[in-house]
Design a protein around this ligand. Structure first.
Ligand code: HAM
Length: 422
C-alpha cells in the first residue's frame, strides 16, 4: 500500500520551504523594527476556546475544525487560527494587566476546508496581536507595517487594501435587525446557506458568493449608515492615516470577516494574482475578546498573514541561493576523513560559506559533476597526492581560473580572496 500525505496537507519541498523561510525572515525583521515580540503558542487547545471565541455560528466552528477526544476523553482541537490561543495565553499569564503588548506568532493552522490552489487543510500564518491600545493609531501603524512588508517582499504592486468598519456592538445589533427584516422579505430567493444564516449569523450573508443573493444584497441596508458618532470618527481617523502615506485603499462595506470577534475596524489585503483564494491578510479590532476568557475589558487588534498564499505569489520570481559555495571532493585512501576535517576548518575560518562534502560513494568524475550541479564556485580536491603534500587542489568551476594546488597553510588566505568578506 502506498502511503501518502493526508489530503490538504502540503509537503514543503526544499524549493518551496526556502520561500517560506524567506517570508518568515523578512516579516520577522520588519516586525522587530516595530517593537513586536514573538510568542510561542500550542497547536492544540481545548475545543471550548474556539467555540467561545471564534463563535458557534461561524463556518470554522460549525464545520472546519479538527476536533477529537484525547486519551483522557477531553475534547481538543487543532487550532484553526491563532488569535483565540494568543488571547488565552496573554490572559492566563498576566500579560494584559495594565500593559501594552505587541505580540506575534507563526506556525501551522488547521481547517477542514475543500482543498484547492491557495487553500489547504494545514496552512501557515504569521499573526500579530496588539493589546491595550484603543486606536485608531495602532490600526494605522499595523497597516503601515504591512505596506512595508509588501515593499520588502517586492509585491507592493500586487496587493490592495480593503477596509470597513463594523462599528460598536450596539450599532451592529441595530444593523443586524434592519438586515434581517430586509432579507426576510426575500427569504425564498436567498441561497440555502444564506437562508440558514438568516437565523444563525445574518451578517455573514454579506459575504455570500451566490450571484442571486449578491444581487438581492444590492438593495440591502448598509452597515455604514448605522455607525454611531464615535465609530465614524474612529474610521475617519484611520482613513486619514492611510492618506498621510498615500496608501491606496477601498472601503468595502461587504467585509464582515468569517470570525465573530470583530468590532470597529476590519481589513483585508487582497490580490488578483491567485484566483479565487486571493485574500492574503485578514484582520481587525476585537475589543470584546479578552472578557471572553475571563479578563478585564481590553482593547485589542491584530491580523494574520496567509504564508502559503504569499509563497504562491513569490514563487515565479524567487531567486534561490546556490546549494553550495564550496564542494569538497576526495579520492583515494584516507582522504575521506581528511575531507571532513578540511571542511570543518573552512567553516571555522570562513563562517557563512556553504561547504558541502561529497559523502558516500562516487567516482572522481561523478563527484565533480555533482560539485558543478550544486552551483559551487570552487571544488576542493583531496587525493592521496595532496594529502601527502599537506595541500589541496582548488578547481574553479565557474570562471576561467582553472585548477591550482594550494598548501594547507595558504588555503584560508586563498579562499578569502575568492570569497571576500562583505
Ligand atoms: P482569517 O481571515 O481566517 O483570519 O485568516 C487569515 C489569513 O489566513 C487569510 O487571509 C488567508 O490568507 C489565510 N488562510 C485562511 N485559511 C486558509 C487556508 N485554508 N489555506 C491557506 N491559507 C488560509 C484569522 O485567522 C484571524 N485570526 C486574523 C486575526 C488576527 N484577526 C485579528 N488578529
Amino acid at each position: 500500500m502506498k502511503i501518502q500525505a493526508v489530503r490538504g496537507m502540503q509537503d514543503l519541498l526544499p524549493e518551496k520551504q526556502e520561500i517560506f523561510s524567506h517570508i518568515e525572515r523578512c516579516v520577522g525583521d520588519v516586525l522587530a523594527t516595530y517593537g513586536f515580540r514573538e510568542i510561542g503558542l500550542p497547536v492544540l487547545e481545548s475545543t471550548h476556546l474556539f467555540q467561545r471565541l471564534v463563535g458557534e455560528a461561524t463556518d470554522i466552528v460549525e464545520k472546519e475544525m479538527y476536533t477529537f477526544a484525547d486519551r483522557n476523553g477531553d475534547s481538543v482541537t487543532l487550532r484553526p487560527e491563532g488569535t483565540a490561543g494568543c488571547v488565552r495565553a496573554a490572559q492566563q499569564h498576566g500579560l494584559l494587566f495594565n500593559q501594552v503588548q505587541r505580540l506575534w506568532y507563526g506556525g501551522p493552522m488547521f481547517r477542514y476546508e475543500r482543498p484547492q490552489k491557495g487553500r489547504y487543510r494545514q496552512f501557515a500564518q504569521i499573526g500579530v496581536e496588539c493589546f491595550g491600545m484603543a486606536g485608531p493609531d495602532i490600526e494605522v501603524e499595523l497597516l503601515y507595517m504591512l505596506a512595508r512588508i509588501w515593499k520588502k517582499l517586492g509585491i507592493e504592486g500586487d496587493v490592495a487594501l480593503e477596509i470597513n468598519s463594523l462599528g460598536s456592538t450596539e450599532s451592529r445589533v441595530a444593523f443586524r435587525d434592519a438586515l434581517v427584516s430586509y432579507l426576510s422579505k426575500v427569504e425564498d430567493d436567498l441561497d440555502e446557506d444564506s437562508r440558514r444564516r438568516l437565523v444563525t449569523n445574518p451578517l455573514r450573508i454579506l459575504d455570500s458568493k451566490d450571484p442571486g443573493t449578491r444581487e438581492l444584497l444590492r438593495g440591502a441596508p448598509l452597515l455604514n449608515d448605522f455607525l454611531d458618532q464615535a465609530s465614524k470618527m474612529h474610521f475617519d481617523e484611520l482613513r486619514r492615516g492611510l492618506d498621510r502615506i498615500q496608501q491606496p485603499y477601498r472601503v468595502n462595506p461587504f467585509i464582515v470577516r468569517g470570525l465573530d470577534y470583530y468590532n470597529e475596524t476590519v481589513f483585508e489585503w487582497v490580490t488578483d494574482t491567485l484566483g479565487s483564494q486571493g485574500t492574503v491578510v485578514g484582520g481587525g479590532r476585537y475589543d470584546g475578546l479578552v472578557e471572553h476568557v475571563g479578563g478585564k475589558a481590553t482593547p485589542a487588534v491584530g491580523f494574520a498573514i496567509g504564508v502559503d498564499r504569499l509563497a504562491l505569489m513569490l514563487e515565479s520570481g524567487f531567486q534561490r541561493p546556490q546549494e553550495a559555495d564550496i564542494y569538497v571532493v576526495s579520492t583515494g585512501d584516507g582522504t575521506r576523513q581528511a575531507a571532513l576535517l578540511l571542511a570543518e576548518s573552512v567553516r571555522d575560518e570562513l563562517p557563512g560559506l556553504r561547504v558541502v562534502v561529497h559523502c558516500g560513494e562516487g567516482k572522481f568524475k561523478s563527484q565533480l559533476k555533482r560539485a558543478d550541479a550544486t552551483g559551487a564556485r570552487l571544488a576542493l580536491i583531496l587525493g592521496e597526492d595532496e594529502l601527502g603534500r599537506d595541500a589541496v587542489s582548488v578547481k574553479h568551476l565557474r570562471d576561467a581560473g582553472g585548477q591550482v594546488t594550494v598548501s594547507n597553510s595558504e588555503l584560508n588566505r586563498y579562499l578569502t580572496k575568492v570569497f571576500p568578506k562583505e
